[in-house]
Design a protein. Structure first.
Length: 214
């Protein structure tokens, strides 16, 4: 199975927002004065600042979630679409990260087919009612997705949907027939965890704004 570009970036975007409130509060207590002052302006204002940094006509409507994270020294906003649907011959930006502190922006595009390119400016994904119907069909075919947090890339083809699932310890792909919802051509690759401890001192964790004193 082909590995999509910037896999590490995608994994960061999907894992960081699910950190626990307990971890967030621990990090909140270790924030620098500059970060504390920035956090105190509030979640909505920080997200707005991040959107302005992206530029263009992008808004919260282009994403299904926006999460503010910090490692105590920097503030980062993660914009994400968990379900990434692509019609044939399209390319979109689905994930965007904005480091408010360093004023840098990171974004990753996904294409259908994998090697599709466009001379036009790559657009940001926009969830229309038609696209939502395709995503709902795929979700129904897959079954129980309660508590599912991994990214699902849905590449439309003439008779089927090509599905790619990206997670921390597993890569999966399979196809879903449009007419029946049947799943076939399944592939799973399990990744071994890192066999040594990783220093997570500077790890970005979700900010718990309920613990921020006004």
């Amino acid at each position: 199975m082909k590995i999509i570009t910037s896999l590490i970036f995608i994994l960061f975007m999907q894992i960081a927002p699910v950190c626990s409130a307990q971890q967030s509060q621990e990090k909140n207590s270790k924030m620098s004065k500059e970060v504390t002052k920035l956090i105190e302006i509030g979640e909505d204002t920080i997200v707005s600042l991040a959107l302005n940094s992206i530029g263009g006509n992008v808004s919260l409507d282009n994403f299904t979630s926006a999460t503010v994270l910090s490692n105590g020294e920097e503030v980062y906003v993660s914009f994400r679409n968990q379900y990434k649907y692509l019609p044939i011959n399209t390319i979109y930006y689905f994930e965007v990260g904005v480091n408010i502190t360093t004023q840098t922006t990171y974004k990753n595009s996904v294409a259908n087919p994998y090697d599709f390119t466009s001379e036009r400016t790559i657009p940001y994904f926009n969830l229309t009612e038609d696209i939502k119907k395709h995503i709902d069909f795929v979700k129904q075919a897959i079954g129980n997705l309660d508590g599912f947090v991994d990214d699902i890339i849905i590449r439309e083809n003439e008779d089927f949907y090509d599905i790619e699932v990206v997670s921390e310890l597993q890569e999966s792909s399979y196809k879903i027939r449009k007419e029946t919802g049947e799943i076939y051509d399944e592939f799973h690759a399990y990744l071994e965890p890192i066999p040594f401890d990783v220093d997570n001192t500077n790890e970005f964790k979700e900010v718990d704004f309920s613990e921020i004193k006004n």
